[in-house]
Design a binder for this molecule. Sequence first.
Ligand code: BES
Ligand code: MN
Ligand code: MN
Length: 460
Amino acid sequence: MQKILSFLVDRQQTALDELCQFLRIASVSADSAYAPQMQECAAWVKQALLDAGLSATIYPTPGHPIVYGERLRDPSLPTVLIYGHYDVQPPDPLNLWTTPAFEPQVRDGKLFARGATDDKGQLFTHLKAIQAWMQVNGELPLNVKVLIEGEEECGGVHLDHFLETHRDLLRADVAVISDTSQYGDGIPAITCGLRGIVAAEVRLKGPGKDLHSGIYGGSIANPVNALTRMCGTLVGPDGRISIPGFYDDVVELTPVEREEYSRLPFSERDFLQEVGSSAVFGEAGWSTLERRTARPTCDINGVSGGYAGEGPKTIIPSRALAKITCRLVPRMNPTKILDALEAFLKEQCPPGIEFEFRRFHGCEAFVFDPTSDWLAAARRAIQTAFGQPPVLFREGGSIPVVLSFKQILGIDTLLLGWGRNSDNLHSPDEHIHLQDFHRGTLASACLWDELSRVAPTRTT
Ligand code: BES
Ligand code: MN
Ligand code: MN
């Protein structure tokens, strides 16, 4: 093991240079203008799998390609399925980046670029660790399958179909994903729960065209007035969501879990500094950590309609639109929540306004079995690489594939995040700390060793 770790330490600069190449490809999945870069990036990942000593195949989909590779050593050894996503969020707003999003740059021990932490930098640690095993040992200690997709950030639908049609190819004992965060600086975490999500869009259509608000004002309903009034009723001043039935199926944290939460180090000052706000806000009766990871939410992600340019403009706009997401906790049902949200908004729609409700992706929340042998092995690997045991903690974000792995492939996922929530995911100046990238790579190398000694409990 020591030889492999020194091999990795000696080659840190090369690994970083290669990651920079990966980050230079603008693989924005949500915007069709970047389709050529998506192809280019899939090809880059394929080559990276080959360089690591794995087989590699690109599977085209009606959307963006999936890249798959493997090295199967011995069927009696455990098989791990590593997942990552090579697509990234759009880089906008461009003017808020200190250096351009697709021109990676190191400053203050951090590598800045879109995708640096979400998820190119994190997934690349696994490829470098596999490569080190292959080059130093000539072989891996277990069977490895690697699945890297390109539609995670746009709520793509093609991966589930791929899972359903490639069950044999993907058969494994456990999945590993590095696409979450450490608990804090130097406090590694194993993420033991994720929130689910539903996403929707409300479109209101009023008059057939923008109207003079002096001539017509007061005589017909204004869609922007209607939309803002509707949206304004979603969350009360106490942070409680007002949609009838919203909390019906919510599983609350147990007293033991709340006790564990309260023992985690948390500084409200540091938290406010991280987000750039002056005060916390949320549902009464719950701590910030609880609100952020174990309570459901309803957020308006954006509104548009009417005139928002310079100076006044006196119109009754013809249309208005809002994008809304809810984060879900265990037992909440995505369809039921969307139905309740739609009914709640529709009921408030005034006469003369056409109401349209569009539904996007959704997935349930997920919590993990904290007692599994896989998890214990991951804990040891992280302890070795980070010099600190990981805390077990739920995260507020969503990774729908985790549920698909459970439902379609029947396997659990180890969520081992090397990054930090303060790395500006989905935001300008996204980065990864070089230290996190390097110790993540070491943890990954140790992980294959630790996991190889767990006895697989195969059902098939
Ligand atoms: N890597 C994130 C999810 C994440 C980040 C979880 C940090 C926990 C901590 C992932 O790429 C992501 O952005 N997921 C989306 C899912 C959505 C598009 C269905 C999310 O959570 O908004
Ligand atoms: Mn991600
Ligand atoms: Mn993301």
